[in-house]
Design a protein around this ligand. Structure first.
Ligand SMILES: Cc1cc2nc3c(=O)[nH]c(=O)nc-3n(C[C@H](O)[C@H](O)[C@H](O)COP(=O)(O)OP(=O)(O)OC[C@H]3O[C@@H](n4cnc5c(N)ncnc54)[C@H](O)[C@@H]3O)c2cc1C
Length: 467
């Protein structure tokens, strides 16, 4: 939707912002602001009034103060890879883009921490830790381009989430600009700290609605000495799901247990040609990391369990390049699916692991029933599935069926004790499902928190819920 604003408004806003920022970092021309009208979410877009590119805390604080005083909605943005519409502008808003606020400030080997600015990409953080013999585990599929600010705001997960957890498990502290422009520090380098309420938990995952991260203190781990990657091939989807349950029940917690269905395998092969078996109904990508002896033992047990559960083939990657190729293939799942249809709508439901096989079967039956093309992949070890609708937003009749199927997936997820989003956040895309997922009282408490921190509803208004 394009809503035009009177030139006089734009000129006034431009003049006010020019007091804070150099004019080359204030964008108002349509050709400059159109790329900031959407994120990675299909079928949601809105042009902002203007885009400002801030590069330090002082600028962010002054912009927020200005927004609060003039009651201008402010939408913070990293690189816009979000998949729930979190950084899509609201009507009449200014986008505050932090992608250029991107310095590494410190790597502290004695405390195993790294301090970064919000615009640093996840891959840069991983690479720097890796070159120092350390590991920054959270690895969203978008890590080459997503920013750490966006990762913290969405509490993003990744392929290693099963063993290592998600972004919040690696955030020790941060500097945050509050909705009135005040700058606050939360956390420190202490491994233990129970002084007061845990404000970290309040802000992490708040999707740009409560404050703006301007510095982030991350903790790192020693790099695992060894890693083994296995690919198990199945002619029945349920056997893959049962393998996941058998591995967890053994109990083994591998660092990666990823799943691809037949549609996704075909799209990845067309896109990246990594040698995935097109004839398979499903594959599981399994990785164990740690001490070489433990890795060897876990890999051997996982291969055995996969075969016992009906895998028709189990391949063990023979070289680092081969493991990397398989992991990269999995990371490219969304991009590969996105190539085959004009509109790709990605779901992000999570169910208890015991419900996985049933949930996957439900989605397959649903696709047949509604005559829709749905590719399914996901972090199966976490119970986190990404059913992906391959559709065309211009086909109104098909989009109607997609909407009905989307709602049915949500309802089935909640019925099975799951959640409407495991890692992509609520944003705009999942807003209407939030009460169904967490309950009305939970949403009311969240609303009260929002009103407490941001009484003028400046930061990312209308996201997650209406106030
Ligand atoms: C191909 C692909 C693969 C993906 N794979 C994964 C995956 O495996 N796991 C996963 O969890 N996600 C995944 N995502 C989703 C997305 O990459 C993540 O949500 C990511 O963290 C968004 O980062 P960003 O910099 O693009 O943030 P944006 O999309 O720009 O913003 C996301 C949200 O964070 C807020 N925000 C951004 N920066 C700040 C800040 N400094 N302070 C406060 N709020 C801020 C925004 O307002 C918005 O609500 C994938 C996306 C794509 C396109």
């Amino acid at each position: 939707m394009v809503i035009a604003f009177p030139m006089s408004d734009l000129t006034k806003i431009f003049g006010q912002l020019a007091v804070i920022l150099p004019t080359e970092r204030i964008l108002t021309a349509p050709e400059d602001i159109i790329p900031y009208s959407f994120d990675g979410t299909a079928a949601i877009s809105q042009r902002p009034l203007a885009v400002v590119l801030a590069i330090n805390t002082d600028e962010v604080s002054r912009i927020v103060r200005w927004a609060n005083e003039t009651k201008t909605p402010l939408v913070t943005r990293g690189t816009g890879t979000g998949l729930s519409g979190g950084s899509v502008p609201t009507v009449g808003s200014v986008v505050l883009c932090l992608a250029r606020f991107d310095k590494i400030l410190e790597l502290d080997r004695r405390n195993l921490t790294m301090m970064v600015e919000p615009g640093v990409t996840t891959q840069t953080i991983y690479d720097l830790a890796d070159s120092a013999g350390l590991l920054y585990p959270p690895d969203p599929g978008s890590m080459k381009i997503s920013t750490i600010g966006g990762n913290v705001a969405n509490n993003s997960g990744g392929l290693r989430g099963l063993k290592y957890g998600v972004t919040k498990n690696y955030v020790m502290g941060f500097e945050i600009v509050l909705p009135n422009g005040d700058v606050m520090w939360v956390g420190n380098k202490c491994v233990k700290d129970v002084a007061g309420y845990s404000l970290r938990e309040v802000f992490i995952g708040s999707e740009g609605t409560l404050g703006i991260f301007t510095k982030i203190l991350l903790c790192l781990l020693p790099k695992p000495a060894a890693k083994k990657t296995l690919l198990a091939v199945y002619s029945r989807m349920e056997d893959a799901a049962e393998t996941v349950s058998a591995i967890i029940a053994h109990p083994i917690i591998p660092c990666t247990l990823e799943f691809l269905d037949k549609t996704t395998i075909a799209c990845i092969e067309d896109f990246a040609k990594v040698g995935l078996p097109r004839e398979a109904e499903a594959v599981l990508l399994m990785e164990s990391d740690g001490h070489p002896a433990v890795v060897a033992e876990e890999a051997e047990i996982m291969a055995r369990l996969a075969k016992q559960q009906g895998a028709i083939d189990v391949r063990v990657a023979q070289t680092t390049e081969e493991s990397l190729r398989l992991a990269t293939a999995r990371r490219s799942a969304f991009s590969a699916l996105a190539r085959v249809a004009p509109t790709t709508i990605l779901e992000d439901v999570t169910v208890p692991r015991s419900e996985l096989a049933g949930m996957v079967a439900f989605i397959q039956a649903l696709a047949k029933r509604h005559n829709l093309r749905i590719g399914v992949f996901g972090h199966m070890g976490d119970g986190n599935l990404h059913p992906t609708f391959l559709t065309n937003e211009k086909n109104t009749e098909e989009m109607h069926r997609v909407e009905i199927a989307f709602q049915e997936i949500v309802t089935e997820t909640v019925r099975r004790g799951g959640t409407i989003t495991g890692e992509h956040g609520v944003g705009l895309a999942k807003k209407k499902f939030l009460p169904e997922s967490v309950g009305g009282l939970n949403v009311e408490v969240m609303r009260n928190l929002k009103r407490l921190f941001d009484p003028n509803l400046i930061l990312n208004p209308g996201k997650m819920f209406d106030c």
